[in-house]
Ligand binder design. Sequence first.
Ligand SMILES: Nc1nc(=O)c2c([nH]1)NC[C@@H]1CN(c3ccc(C(=O)N[C@@H](CCC(=O)O)C(=O)O)cc3)C=[N+]21
Length: 282
Amino acid sequence: MTATLLNGNETRNALFEDLKARVAALPVPVGLATVLVGDDPGSHSYVKGKHRACEKVGIKSIRRDLPEATTQEELEAVIDELNANPEVTAYIVQLPLPKHLDAGPILERIDPAKDGDGLHPVNLGKLVLGIEAPLPATPRGIVELLRRYDVPLAGANVTVVGRGVTVGRPIGLLLTRRSENATVTLCHTGTKDLAAEVRRADIVIAGAGSAGLITKDMVKPGAAVIDVGITRTEAGLVGDVAPDVREVAGWLAPIPGGAGPMTVAMLLTNTVEAAERAHAAV
Ligand SMILES: Nc1nc(=O)c2c([nH]1)NC[C@@H]1CN(c3ccc(C(=O)N[C@@H](CCC(=O)O)C(=O)O)cc3)C=[N+]21
C-alpha cells in the first residue's frame, strides 16, 4: 500500500480556474505586488512563480526589485508607496530579508487590508479572535488540500512539527476553528518525545525545516502527512519527511508538488478576496 498523493499542482490549477472567473467578474482590476530585496536565487525563483501565477489568473503583477544595499528607510518608503498605490490590491515582502534589515517594522508597516501573506500582526490577531481577514497562506493552503481530498478533520489528532510564524504557529488556529474541529499538538525542539507525538497523529504537518526529520517508523499507518519543510541542497529540494514514509502513510503531500503550489494559490486567493472586500465596501 502506498499513500494517496495530495496533489498540490492539480489542486492549485483548479483553484486558479475559480479565481480567474472571480477576477473577470470584478468591475475593478486586481493587482498583486512583490517586494524582493537582494539576489538570493531561491527568493528569485519563488517570486517568479508568483508572477507566473498572476498571469494565469488575470491579476496584474507589479514588481519592486531592490538592490541588496537597500536601507531600512528606503524599504519603508517602498512600503508606503505600495500602501498608497491604487493599482496594488495586495502585496508581499519576500522573506528572508538581507541581514542588515529589520523585518518586524517592515511587515508591520504593510496595510493589513493589503496583506497577501496573512501574516500581519493585526491579521494574526483577527485569526485568534475569529474575525474575517486575510489568512496565513501556507496554513490555508494545507487545510484546503486536506478538504479537497476528503481527509477527515473533525476530531482528528493533528501533530504539527515546528513553531515558525509562517506555518507551525498559525496552522493550529485554523485547524481548531469550529469548522475544522481538529485537536492540535504543536511540537518543537523542546518536545520530549517527538516520535511518540507523531506516532499518535492522524495528520502530521512537518514544517521544522530539518531534512528527513520524520521517518517511516514514526508515522501511524494510514495517517495523512503534509511536508512543508523545504531545505535547498545541491541535489535539489529536500523535505522534512523521509521518502519511505509514503509506504506507510494514507495520504502524502510531498515536496515538491504539495503545500508549495497551494501557498501560491492562497496568496492569490487572499488578493482576490481583498479586491472583493474593497469593492463591497464602496
Ligand atoms: N513573504 C513571503 N511569503 C511567502 O509565502 C514566502 C516567503 N516570503 N519566503 C519564502 C517562502 C517559501 N515559499 C514557497 C512558495 C512556493 C513554493 C513552491 O511552489 N514550490 C514548488 C517547487 C518550486 C521550486 O522548484 O523551487 C513545489 O513545492 O512544488 C515553495 C515555497 C513562500 N514563501
